[in-house]
Design a protein around this ligand. Sequence first.
Ligand code: UDP
Length: 323
Amino acid sequence: MILITGGAGYIGSHCTLDFIRNGYECAVFDNLSEGHKEALQTENFYNGDLSNIENIRNAFKKYPIKGVIHFAASCYVGVSVTDPQEYYYNNVVNTLNLLKVMLENNVKNIVFSSSCATYGNPVYTPIDESHPQAPINPYGKTKLMIENVLQDYDRAYGLKYMALRYFNAAGADSKANIGESHSPETHLIPLVLQTALGKRKSIKIFGNDYETPDGTCIRDYIHVNDLSKAHRLAFESLQNNAKSNFYNLGTGKGNSVKEIIETSEKITGKSINKKFEERREGDPPILVASNLKAKNELNWEPDFTEISDIIETAWQWEKNRRY
Ligand code: UDP
């Protein structure tokens, strides 16, 4: 059985679904602080907190865990700047607790949810895995710290890991009626679609004077099901005795904020009110992945390569959301 921490969250719930669809048995460990009961894809649910090591030990007693996919973490870049303590405890200390219990139980396979935020300001684009890692906010630093911890634990204890550095997760599964639901929501695509639905008055565009073709920031939006598939392939390669490794996950294509809004207008058939605002602190102009390493070594291929197809699935969710 595979333990999925944060399995009630946005990416974690989609990943659980992907593993289950491919015949795996999963258990979810989540404290429901950001996740949603309605998003759970399995009845094997342990409502616990990674800050409580006995909770983790009990989950390992309850389920015959053979590997871990670790999503549970705090994920707001902005809050990590104003409240770094929460981020260092939740993302670093609590992950150390999880690793400790894994080692106690001789469970030595983990797929870790890392981030392109570990790269900091890009010095070239597209970003490949050899790009220097110099995070510019506490969130990115916590993810890099754990990548370093994993490297040391591999050397010392033989713990095998795959660190997956995501670019911008987007979209929703079109059949399972699960999707993105953060509180507060800060991500571009849900905010744009909620504006189209009239739930918000306007979308703020953070900066229109970047050195990009239309002046707005460019990001690499990857469908959450493609991310999930990559976690499964990464896990399977660990099962097949692959060495520990790290991979970028993105489509390799970038879209600007303006393009996201224009595409959303076409898909929703609504005009979307926009307001230009100051740049948001810590936003690099362009973040686009080179995904060749994941393609070549994990045999991974994204199914969604058009931003319109990704936004379409997010729109279906946004119109019918259950939570
Ligand atoms: N963005 C924006 N308005 C918003 C939210 C985001 O212009 O209300 C921009 C943001 O500056 C970034 C892009 O949209 O360039 C994606 O931001 P998001 O918060 O979705 O993801 P991030 O890149 O921070 O992980």
